[in-house]
Design a protein around this ligand. Sequence first.
Ligand code: KIV
Length: 283
Amino acid sequence: MPRAWLLNPPVFCIQIHMSSTKSRLTVPKFQAMKVEGHKITMLTAYDYPTAELLDQAGVEGILVGDTVSEVVQGHANTLPVTLDEIIYHAEMVGRAVQQALLVVDMPFPSNHLGVTRAIESAGRILKETRCQAVKLEGGAEQAEVIAGLVGAGIPVMAHVGLRPQSVHRLGGYKVQRDEQQLLADATAAEAAGAFAVVLECIPAPIAAKITRTVEIPTIGIGAGISCDGQILVVNDLLGISGGFVPRFVKKYADLRTTISGAVTQFRNEVREGTFPADEQTFK
Ligand code: KIV
């Protein structure tokens, strides 16, 4: 090594060191945030550039949700997306995430085919995507599957309350109000070894009670302010989603208007002959 480098290391050495020390949030650190009273932020992501932006903005968790079926693939619900398709999206997201905990949804019905097949599916997700955990919809009736996955070394985030994969049984996307059942689901998920639990569409007082009862972090979506963290579908938060948007969503941007304005301006300038101008033209 040239002597001068010892006194004045070249910039590229520092950069290599910095990038190699970056590490992703681990499951135990994610759990410790509840004890520390540090609110957890999570968003969904389905592609590389979005995941990179969310990660750099400092959210603690990124979920490759089965909502990809609705907001990216254009289906009416979350049922159609397949294991291969979730893995395809999770691979892109996994390449972008440097800091957040990365969780991938188990698509319907991959967690309902017995413990062995659930381990096979979740194992594929972990092996092929750089994710650290899976999420599955279910509480008490999924306890055996959760325990099987955890026993295989696969961290599980449970999901109780409104379970969109059960939309046909529930008869729609309704607020879930059965306090006893909700508490039983969350506590069963915790006892089975889940490291966190999503609470979807639950009255705030019930979510608060669950949050006080379980030691694992609760991540709310339509479950009020008392949850240990909050998650939203990124397309809803950014105002990309068209059509019905649930009441629990807050739109922090209006990208639909921004994107359609930009595209309309491009179309107009091409038609008028003002794009490309001199600045965009090679001479
Ligand atoms: O699939 C998903 O995006 C989800 C979140 C809405 C929690 O399950």
